[in-house]
Design a protein around this ligand. Structure first.
Ligand code: BEZ
Length: 204
């Protein structure tokens, strides 16, 4: 299998973390690509018409995207405990937490595009503020309602939030989220010691 990815992309990192957690790194050839909404990669577009990464090309040339679908696919390809609960209330709860974490990734990446790609005079401050507020609301929910659940196991929800927090450290180092969300900070400190997190750190 071949994975189109970018080392800075938190969506790519989710896939890399899951590959490590499930012992599948040796099954995937990593193909780094530079992709932005204004700079599509022709090879990626050929395999994934949306032009987005990550995208996973299977041995039979079928292509799987986006990160949620790739995680689901790869989670069905190993024999250990599933990282996405297969059924019952825990399935919907963990997927919902993962979705909320993905909202943080989405907003943080959109902020990056707006501030890095768009000329300064065209930047839309209200829009940027609302993306930041989305991140703050989501982190606040994790801090007050979900940190105990997160600590219970390392799975799709934890992987998604861990990628988001790592990306905030990378692209918004001045945000200082640790002082506002101390329980999340201590959860993140602990899970950051996992080999899957250390091996997939975003290069600075
Ligand atoms: C970034 O450089 O922040 C980035 C790169 C690829 C995808 C998303 C974000």
């Amino acid at each position: 299998m071949t994975l189109y990815f970018n080392p800075a992309s938190p969506f790519s990192r989710k896939v890399l973390i899951l590959l490590h957690e499930t012992g599948q790194t040796g099954r995937v050839h990593l193909k780094p690509v530079n992709v932005t909404p204004v700079n599509p990669n022709p090879e990626v577009c050929h395999d994934n018409p949306s032009g987005k990464i990550p995208a996973l090309v299977l041995a039979d040339d079928n292509v799987i995207h986006d990160s949620r679908v790739i995680l689901d696919y790869l989670d069905h390809q190993h024999v250990g405990n599933p990282l996405i609960p297969r059924e019952g209330p825990s399935r919907w709860r963990r997927l919902t937490l993962a979705s909320l974490a993905d909202a943080i990734l989405d907003a943080a990446v959109l902020i990056r595009y707006e501030t890095f790609l768009r000329p300064e005079e065209k930047q839309w401050n209200d829009w940027l503020e609302n993306q930041s507020e989305k991140i703050a609301r989501s982190l606040s929910y994790f801090e007050t309602e979900a940190v105990t659940e997160l600590s219970a196991r390392f799975d799709i929800a934890s992987i998604s939030l861990a990628s988001g927090l790592g990306y905030l450290d990378f692209r918004q180092p001045d945000l200082g989220w640790r002082s506002t969300y101390p329980r999340l900070a201590s959860w993140y400190y602990e899970i950051s010691q996992r080999p899957s997190m250390l091996e997939t750190q975003t290069p600075v």
